[in-house]
Write a protein that binds this ligand. Structure first.
Ligand code: PLP
Ligand code: COI
Length: 353
């Protein structure tokens, strides 16, 4: 692929690590390419970061034709920059595109876009503990017409943001509220696609939870309102009587790459992992009789995030005394060890630039 590069004449100063937070600061450049039905992907370019100009009738503004991904570049102790399982994000984006009738991107083209862009921006990869360069590829339908149909024009963009921790709590336990009014997704809908609309529709419940002092909501399935699904931006796992339980990928849950990686690590270490239905009744019973030993969320942005309290129908259930548990800590250490190149990567998950 031919990528034209136009460097900024006005590079920004790199931020201090303690000012990072999540997704508020952006690097100097962005990658774009366009797709039309006749021409396919073309005009790949890295240009100075700045506003996009969009036609007011563009599909994305009216009908929500948008998908995205999230992955990170990590600074190793030896100064090298590496990505974590980028091919998994590329494949998931193509699955999301398929669901939303957006164009596929050939895997080698998507990987080249990512690596060439990160090479240009690699100085922005911070090195302080717990920091990384968050990469946000996204694609939107960009027909300049109000008809509702599969698009004939699309744009792919890649932006990057140096980040610290996603939650203000960092690795400290978060409080999660089990949502009983709104639902996030149903089978056959868009729950397993990473599309912007899923997040827009979840904001009302998220706002209610935040007002009550919770970080995010835990969704129940949309049909029975009975089975645990996932958290706002994370998959979820529980340790109940020694068994590690995570909801099976039913079609309405995002197939997380962190989830998949953790399952592999756990199985390697000899844990029993069950991907199955977990009902709210089973969970509340385990919370009430103390057999819920640990609970955590997992995702790229949040990494592994211990859950210190779950609330359901007005009742609060502390988990592991509100402390991070040993399995949660082990998973955090193992995963971040591989991601930051502090420990060997026996799985071949990391890709150095
Ligand atoms: N579930 C939702 C709804 C998410 O937004 C995310 C974040 O990407 C995840 C789960 C975790 O996925 P991953 O581990 O691939 O980041
Ligand atoms: C991620 O973990 O990459 C996510 O996409 C979470 C995000 C919606 C902030």
């Amino acid at each position: 692929m031919q990528i034209s590069i136009t460097k900024t004449t006005n590079p920004a100063a790199k931020p201090a690590p303690d000012t990072l937070g999540f997704g508020k600061i952006f690097t100097d450049h962005m990658f774009l390419m366009d797709w039309t039905e006749g021409e396919g992907w073309h005009d790949a370019r890295i240009v100075p970061f700045g506003p996009l100009s969009i036609h007011p009738a563009s599909t994305v503004l009216h009908y929500g034709s948008e998908i995205f991904e999230g992955l990170k570049a990590y600074r190793r102790a030896d100064g090298q920059v590496q990505l974590f399982r980028p091919i998994e994000n590329i494949r998931r984006m193509n699955n999301s595109a398929q669901r939303m009738c957006l164009p596929q991107i050939p895997e080698d083209m998507a990987l080249e876009a990512l690596t060439e862009f990160v090479k240009v921006e690699q100085e922005w990869t911070p090195s302080a503990p717990g920091t990384s360069l968050y990469l946000r590829p996204f694609m939107f339908g960009n027909d300049e017409s109000l008809g509702v149909h599969a698009v004939h024009n699309a744009t792919y963009v890649l932006i990057a943001s140096p980040v610290g921790s996603y939650y203000k709590e960092g690795i400290n336990p978060v409080k999660i509220m089990i949502e009983t009014e709104d639902v996030r997704a149903v089978r056959g809908g868009t729950g397993e696609a990473k599309c912007g609309g899923n997040y827009a529709a979840s904001n009302r419940a998220g706002k209610r939870a935040e007002e009550k002092g919770y970080s995010q909501v835990l969704w129940l399935d949309g049909v029975h309102r009975k089975y645990i699904e996932e958290v706002g931006a994370m998959n979820v796992m529980f340790k109940i009587k020694g068994e590690i339980v995570t909801p099976a990928l039913s079609g309405s849950i995002l197939p997380g790459i962190t989830r998949k990686s953790i399952i592999e690590v756990l199985k390697d270490k000899g844990y029993t992992v069950s991907e199955r239905l977990l009902s709210i009744d089973e969970l509340t019973a385990a919370m009430a009789d103390g057999t819920l030993e640990e609970a955590w969320g997992c995702g790229t942005a949040a990494v592994v995030s211990p859950i210190g309290e779950l609330a359901y129908e007005g009742r609060q259930y502390p988990v592991n005394g509100g402390e991070i548990g040993p399995v949660t800590q082990m998973l955090y250490d193992t995963l971040t060890g591989i991601q930051w190149g502090k420990t060997p990567d026996p799985y071949g998950w990391t890709v150095q630039l």
